[in-house]
Design a protein around this ligand. Structure first.
Ligand SMILES: Nc1nc2c(ncn2[C@@H]2O[C@H](COP(=O)(O)OP(=O)(O)OP(=O)(O)O)[C@@H](O)[C@H]2O)c(=O)[nH]1
Length: 901
């Protein structure tokens, strides 16, 4: 065993060699200079002594029945002082020792005795019974090995030596004296500290031993983890293991050889090693049982949800047929869970639903996944899809049918005029504002062949109607004014026709105009990919004039030629299938629908279903308003007899019995009604959040009433698009027909709600009520005005506009037709006053029929300037003679004023 030089110890301790020499001498070691050598064990003792000022307790092991080797190794240097300690309690032995010891040593012993006695004196009162164990631990550290398994004590022996050897090389690794202090707990404790430490060690050892015993019982062979090979070792443990008090200053000593030992000691102290183990067995217990515990250990990433799903799969049916739009409670019933569970899951996904809400397809999929159910979605409307059922029956007796033509084009390019010319009628003249606002369907004959025309409006708002028109049609005529060229709605019309894959014929209109430039139109369209036939393309271009009639025949011939190529056929012998082009509610007639028969023949008396409406065909009117008995393939007509106004675009199918159509329609109506209701309540959390965030947003509640379904749809579509950052349009109610009392009541319930009427007028009584309640009714006969007004309202730019103010209403009681003069209406003024020359409109069944002025007003035979409420009068309307008993004439004035809500 090599010697350790004093200067090496001094270096390690960071003090002067001289001091170390002194300390060594105090310990009774025979050292003289810095280069003097001491045994490694003595070196440790010196270090200990320097660090703590305490004489090394290492004397103790030497006294204990430690292995012989160890004894021998330290005999000379340390045994004597420690023997002295013992001699105090055993005077005889001490005397012997004294006699044997050299003089020098005795001198040192005397000095050392003092601290030892002090230590004994200090310990006794302080630590009482506990301290009694101290001398034992001091003198006999071996009881610990005794408590431990044999392996431990064996290690100790080797450790003693090994550590001594090693420490020569590694010696004391990191030193910081102050950091040792916390270990001693109290700065005053010096030698007593050793006793304390040993006591702690004993306690720790006990617990370690106990825990290790338990662990060993559980773990047969603990795998040595790489992390654990470099375990932090506290001084206490180190000393305990080595049986030598070594390095108070050492923060950590790496002893790779003892990783297993150290690990077993470290483990009980480290909560982190226990933590992951504890909860693991806990979680699966009870709730998931041993199966899932097994799963968990297999895949740590297995989410709880999946486990739950797996369990539930066992309890729930595997494949469930669910309607595509099933309601929350229905879904819950089908998959055998509570409605609450379904709502909770959806809530977690950010969807707030009530039990009656319909689930979307993706929601059903997510829920099915959550519940571990395989779901097959079925569309309940499939069962109710009468159109598919109709189409499924093949047609046997196919006959040629007339082509259905739609005329499309930009506003004012002459669609109506063209159709007029074709029909030799003058529809355009009767239209308010000169703009086509309804889809009309008409039939003409050319060379004994019928052609059906659908006239669609050109205004942007009617996009949907145009799209529908394109779908119901066989050929599209795109009208382009030769003086105006291709415009936005021209392109839109082209796109609709293209999307519907309908062949088109381009009519270049207004070629009678001096500034007409058909070539410009051709080149514009050619640029868009619509190359004229005479330019080598495939599109027929026909130059026409709706004014002069030039080219009309050409156009019709082109259409018939195209129809011939298309071989349009239908089976007139089966039940009818027709498409609704337009629908409205007419007083006296009820709901009426303008239809074009697509297949079969529609007869008066047929039972028909039309979306959610049904009925028996009571009357059929042709395009000229004449009653007819039936409508064949491609024939247009007005059908009376439905229970409600059907939606435009809906398909009407005739069936064999009233029961059939009634039940089917009612089922569909109920289904659609529920779905609509459900939609209104369905709000996602995000949407809710947005709504809250958008606290500033004001919404403009409106009730929209229109004379016909198509206009209503168009207005609604336009209004919904209108919004600025601050204000939104909220259509709280809409419907076809006049403004009713319930509309006013509804508007009254909502602050600031406005009633917008299009081609409908409130009666005097309703006006009165609205006035009382402060409900604003705004009526329009031109769709642009309505939209512009609402736009202005929304943007707060409702600048002074010419607003109209009703001044009086009169009811027609009698009519007199006077040749060359016209119709005179015998009226009674029911409200306000009727003034001569005042602007007036004729209202029939709540719908504006004509807008004009009062050209003549008489009281008896005298001309009158005005006639007040309750008086009778005779009046004539300018340019309008179709006055009937029961009509209402409303006189109004236009005023320039600032509009308010
Ligand atoms: N000179 C001339 N004027 C025409 C011709 N066709 C239509 N017009 C005029 O153009 C204007 C618009 O015609 P309409 O038939 O109302 O046009 P529209 O395309 O049906 O318009 P909307 O119904 O608003 O879509 C009317 O003043 C017509 O008299 C034509 O061939 N030559």
């Amino acid at each position: 065993m090599g010697k350790v030089r004093i200067h090496e110890i001094a270096d390690e301790l960071g003090i002067k060699s001289k001091e170390v020499v002194e300390k060594a001498r105090e310990m009774g070691l025979d050292v003289k200079t810095a280069s003097s050598g001491v045994s490694p064990e003595d070196a440790q003792n010196i270090v200990n002594y320097v660090m703590t000022g305490t004489l090394p307790a290492s004397a103790a092991p030497k006294k204990s029945p430690a292995p012989e080797k160890e004894k021998e190794a330290v005999e000379q240097a340390v045994e004597k002082p420690t023997a002295e300690k013992v001699s105090k309690t055993e005077p005889e032995k001490a005397e012997e020792a004294k006699a044997e010891a050299p003089k020098e040593k005795r001198a040192v012993e005397k000095e050392e005795k003092q601290p030892e006695t002090k230590v004994a004196a200090e310990k006794m009162p302080e630590e009482k019974a506990e301290e009694k164990a101290e001398p034992e631990t001091e003198t006999k550290p071996e009881p610990k090995p005794e408590e431990r398994p044999v392996k431990e004590s064996e290690k100790k022996e080797t450790l003693g030596q090994a550590s001594v050897k090693r420490r020569r090389g590694i010696f004391i690794v990191k030193k910081k004296r102050p950091k040792v202090e916390p270990v001693t707990e109290t700065p005053t404790i010096k030698k007593s500290e050793i006793g304390k430490e040993n006591r702690v060690i004993a306690a720790v050892d006990e617990s370690i031993a106990a825990k290790r015993a338990k662990k060993k019982a559980k773990k047969a062979a603990p795998a040595p983890g790489s992390k654990e090979s470099g375990v932090k070792l506290s001084l206490l443990e180190d000393r305990d293991i080595g049986g030598i008090s070594v390095d108070y200053a050492t923060e950590e000593v790496v002893l790779p050889d003892f990783s297993e030992e150290l690990r077993s000691m470290e483990e009980p102290k480290s909560p982190t090693t226990l933590k992951p183990e504890q909860p693991r067995p806990k979680q699966p217990i009870g709730r998931r049982g041993p199966q899932s515990r097994g799963k968990r250990s297999v895949s740590r990433t297995t989410p709880k949800k999946r486990q739950r799903r797996m369990e539930k799969t066992e309890a729930t049916p595997t494949v469930v047929k669910i309607p595509e739009d099933c309601r929350v409670y229905e879904f819950a019933e089908k998959v055998g869970h509570s409605t609450g569970e379904v709502i909770k899951i959806l809530f977690g996904l950010g969807k707030m639903v009530t039990k009656n809400d319909f689930l979307e397809k993706d929601e059903i999929e997510i829920l099915a996944d959550e519940f571990g159910v395989e779901v097959e979605t079925i569309n309940p409307l499939d069962e109710l899809d009468y159109v598919a059922a109709y189409d499924a029956i093949p047609d046997e007796y196919l006959e040629e049918r007339p082509p259905v033509i739609t005329i499309m084009g930009h506003v004012d390019h002459g669609k109506t005029s063209l159709l007029d010319k074709i029909r030799e009628t003058k529809v355009a003249e009767r239209e308010a504002g000169g703009i086509t606002q309804h889809v009309g369907a008409y039939q003409v004959e050319k060379d004994g062949k019928k052609i059906t025309f659908i006239d669609t409006p050109g205004h942007e708002a009617f996009t949907e109607m145009r799209a529908r028109g394109a779908q119901a049609t066989d050929i599209v005529i795109i009208v382009v004014a030769a003086d105006d060229g291709v415009k936005p709605q021209t392109i839109e019309a082209l796109n609709h026709a293209k999307a519907a894959e309908v062949p088109m014929v381009i009519a270049i209109n207004k070629i009678d105009k001096p500034d007409a430039n058909p070539d410009m139109v051709k080149s514009q369209l050619a640029e868009l990919g619509y190359m004229p036939v005479d330019w080598g393309g495939e599109y027929e271009f026909v130059e026409v004039s709706a004014k002069t009639g030039q080219g009309i025949d050409d156009l019709l011939e082109t259409i018939l030629l195209q129809a011939e190529i298309m071989e349009l056929k239908a089976n007139p012998k089966r039940n009818a299938k027709a498409v609704v082009i337009e629908s409205s509610l007419e007083k006296g007639r009820g709901p009426v629908a303008t239809v074009i028969v697509k297949n079969g023949t529609l007869h008066v008396g047929d039972h028909v279903i039309c979306g959610r409406t049904f009925g028996r065909v009571r009357t059929i009117l042709n395009d000229l308003g004449k009653q007819i008995k039936e409508l064949g393939p491609s024939d247009p007509g007005v059908v009376v007899g439905l229970n409600e106004v059907p939606d435009a675009g809906e398909i009407m199918v005739a069936m064999d019995s009233d029961k059939q159509v009634r039940e089917l329609a009612q089922k569909r109506a109920e289904y659609l009604r529920q779905k609509e209701l459900s939609k209104s309540t369905k709000v996602t959390l995000d949407e809710l959040g947005n709504l809250i965030a958008e606290g500033k947003i004001k919404s403009l509640p409106v009730i929209v009433k229109a004379d016909v379904q198509g206009s209503l749809e168009a207005i609604k579509g336009s209004l919904e698009k209108l919004k600025n950052e601050e204000v939104k349009i909220n259509i709280i109610h809409s419907g076809v027909g006049g403004i009713t009392e319930s509309d006013v009541a509804l508007a009254n319930a909502d602050e600031n709600a406005v009633i917008l009427g299009f081609n409908v007028r409130p009666t005097a009584a309703i006006k009165q009520k609205a006035k009382q309640l402060g409900v604003e009714i705004k009526t329009y006969s031109i769709i642009y005005d309505l939209i512009d007004d609402v736009k202005a309202l929304l943007s707060g730019l409702m600048s002074p506009v010419i607003s109209e103010e009703g001044i009086g209403q009169a009811e027609v009681r009698e009519t007199f037709s006077v040749a060359k003069v016209g119709t005179i209406a015998g009226c009674i003024v029911t409200d306000g006053v009727i003034k001569r020359n005042a602007k007036a409109r004729l209202i029939r069944d709540g719908v504006v029929i004509y807008d004009t002025r009062i050209s003549s007003l008489k009281r008896f035979k005298e001309d009158a300037k005005e006639v007040g409420k309750g008086y009778e009068c005779g009046l004539m309307l300018e340019n309008f003679n179709d006055i009937k008993v029961g009509d209402v004439i409303e006189a109004y004035e236009e005023k320039e004023e600032k509009a308010t809500l």
